[in-house]
Design a protein around this ligand. Structure first.
Ligand code: ARG
Length: 445
C-alpha cells in the first residue's frame, strides 16, 4: 500500500506551489478570523523555513507521508508544534492538489509561450534574411514550383503563432482558483475565496466545488496544445533532417546541435532534430495517457487522478527542450542557398510558368501548352540543363510559336516574383508578413 499510494516521488515537484497556496490560505483564514493572527504568522514563518530547506536540500521522500502536502504539514508540525494543525482548516488535499497543479501548469504554459516567442523571433529573423533566396517548393516531396526560403520558414512561424494562441487560450480557461472547494462540497467555515484567488494570481474562484476538485481539463488543455506544438516542431525537425542529408545538402546544421559517429569519421548526424521528432511521439503519448485516466471517472475526486502529474511533467520537460533545440537550429543553421537554387532550376520547377506563358502569350490551349512544356523539359533533362538554358532555336524546334519573350517567364526569380497573391511566395509578400510578425513580436522596440 505504501508503495502504490505514494506520490511524493513525483509530486515533490509541486513544492513551491504547495507552499504558496498554503501561505495564501492561512493568510485568508486569519483575515476571516478563522485562525488568530499569531497562529497564522507562526505558520507562515514555518512554511518559509520549509521552503528554505527544500530549496537547499531538496524535498525528503518518506512514502509513509504519501505526498507533498502531508510531507510539508508533517515538517510544519515538527517546526511549530500544535499551531501547524490549524493550517488545514477549511481545506482538503483535494482542493489543495487541484490548486497546486493549476499553478504548476500555468507556469508551464508561460514557459511554452516564452519559448515559442523566441522560436518565432528566430524564424522571422532568418526569413527576412532569406526573403529572396530561392529553393524548390515541394508537393509529395517532388519538386513542384520555386518558392522562397523566407516563405518556407514563415510557414513555421504561422504554426507557432497558432500554438501561442492555443496556450494563451488554455491559460485563460485555467485561471480560476479551486481553493476553498474543500473535499468536494465546499466548506461551512466563513472563508473568502476571492481573497485566495487574488493572492495566487487567479482571475476568480471556480464556481462549482464538485467540478473544481475533479476537473483536470486545464492539464489536458496544456497537453493538447503541447502535443499539437510538438507535431509542428517534429515537422520542422524532419525537414532539417532531410535538408541536412548529402543528396539534398540544403542546410548545414550547427555543430553545437549535431554529433559525430563513433566509427564513420565523415559523419555529422542531426541528432537533436531526430530527438525532437522522437519526443513528439512521447508527448502525444502523455496526452493519451491522461485522457484515458480521466475517462469514466465519477464525480468527484478519485485516486486515479494522482496519476495526472507524471505525464504532464514529462511532456513539459520534453516540450521545453524541443522548443529550445529547434530555436537553436533555426538560429544556427547555415542555409546553402546555392544548392537550393540549383535544385529549383534542375528540378524544372518553372515548367508551370512555361505552360502559363504559352497560354497567355501565344494563345495556346492549356492542354496543348502542357504537352509542349513536357517536350521542353524532356530536352533540357537530356542535356542536363535548366529550362532557361535551352536556346530559342531549340525551343522553336519544339513549337514555332515560342519567341524571345519566353525567357522572362522561365527564370526562377520571375516565377516567385509572379506569385504575389496574398500569402504567396513572392519576396514582397514575404517581407510584408515578416514586418507584421516583427511588429506582433515587439522585435522593433
Ligand atoms: N496525493 C493525492 C493526489 O496527488 C492528493 C489528494 C489526495 N486526496 C484524497 N482524497 N486521498 O491526488
Amino acid at each position: 500500500m505504501r508503495e502504490i499510494n505514494a506520490s511524493i516521488p513525483f509530486d515533490k515537484a509541486l513544492w513551491r506551489q504547495d507552499i504558496a497556496a498554503s501561505k495564501a490560505h492561512v493568510a485568508m483564514l486569519a483575515a476571516c478570523d478563522i485562525v488568530t493572527d499569531a497562529d497564522a504568522e507562526t505558520i507562515i514563518d514555518g512554511l518559509e523555513t520549509i521552503a528554505g530547506e527544500y530549496e537547499a536540500n531538496g524535498v525528503p521522500e518518506d512514502w509513509d507521508l504519501e505526498d507533498i502536502h502531508m510531507t510539508t504539514e508533517a515538517r510544519l508540525a515538527e517546526l511549530v508544534g500544535l499551531a501547524a494543525g490549524r493550517l488545514h482548516t477549511a481545506r482538503s488535499r483535494n482542493d489543495q492538489v487541484a490548486t497546486d497543479f493549476r499553478l504548476w501548469v500555468r507556469d508551464a504554459m508561460d514557459q511554452a509561450l516564452a519559448g515559442l516567442a523566441a522560436l518565432q523571433c528566430a524564424l522571422v529573423t532568418r526569413a527576412e534574411e532569406h526573403a529572396e533566396s530561392i529553393m524548390p517548393g515541394f508537393t509529395h516531396l517532388q519538386t513542384a514550383q520555386p518558392v522562397t526560403l523566407g516563405h518556407h520558414l514563415m510557414a513555421y512561424y504561422e504554426m507557432a503563432a497558432r500554438d501561442v494562441s492555443r496556450f494563451s487560450d488554455a491559460r485563460r480557461r485555467l485561471n480560476q482558483c479551486p481553493l476553498g472547494s474543500a473535499a468536494l462540497a465546499g466548506t461551512g467555515f466563513p472563508i473568502d475565496r476571492e481573497m485566495t484567488a487574488q493572492a495566487l494570481g487567479f482571475a476568480k474562484p471556480t464556481d462549482n466545488s464538485l467540478d473544481a476538485v475533479s476537473d483536470r481539463d486545464f492539464a489536458l488543455d496544456y497537453l493538447q496544445a503541447a502535443a499539437q506544438c510538438s507535431l509542428h516542431l517534429s515537422r520542422l525537425a524532419e525537414e532539417m533532417v532531410i535538408w541536412a542529408s548529402q543528396p539534398f545538402g540544403f542546410v548545414r546544421m550547427p555543430d553545437t546541435l549535431s554529433t559525430g559517429s563513433s566509427i564513420m569519421p565523415q559523419k555529422k548526424n542531426p541528432d537533436a532534430a531526430e530527438l525532437v521528432r522522437g519526443h513528439a511521439g512521447r508527448i502525444v503519448g502523455c496526452l493519451t495517457s491522461l485522457m484515458v485516466t480521466m475517462k469514466g471517472l465519477p464525480l468527484a475526486y478519485s485516486k486515479d487522478m494522482q496519476d495526472d502529474k507524471p505525464p504532464v511533467f514529462e511532456a513539459a520537460s520534453l516540450l521545453n527542450l524541443s522548443i529550445a533545440a529547434m530555436t537553436g537550429m533555426v538560429d544556427g543553421a547555415t542555409f546553402r542557398t546555392d544548392r537550393m537554387r540549383q535544385a529549383a532550376e534542375l528540378g524544372y520547377a518553372t515548367a508551370t510558368d512555361l505552360a502559363d506563358w504559352l497560354v497567355t502569350q501565344a494563345d495556346i490551349p492549356f492542354r496543348e501548352a502542357h504537352h509542349i512544356t513536357g517536350a521542353a523539359v524532356k530536352l533540357a533533362e537530356s542535356k542536363g540543363v535548366a529550362l532557361e538554358a535551352l536556346t530559342l532555336t531549340e525551343l522553336q524546334a519544339i513549337d514555332s510559336r515560342i519567341d524571345e519573350g519566353v525567357y522572362s517567364a522561365l527564370s526562377v526569380e520571375a516565377s516567385v516574383a509572379a506569385r504575389a497573391s496574398h500569402g504567396g511566395t513572392a519576396p514582397a509578400e514575404v517581407r510584408k508578413r515578416v514586418a507584421e510578425a516583427r511588429q506582433q513580436l515587439g522585435m522593433d522596440q
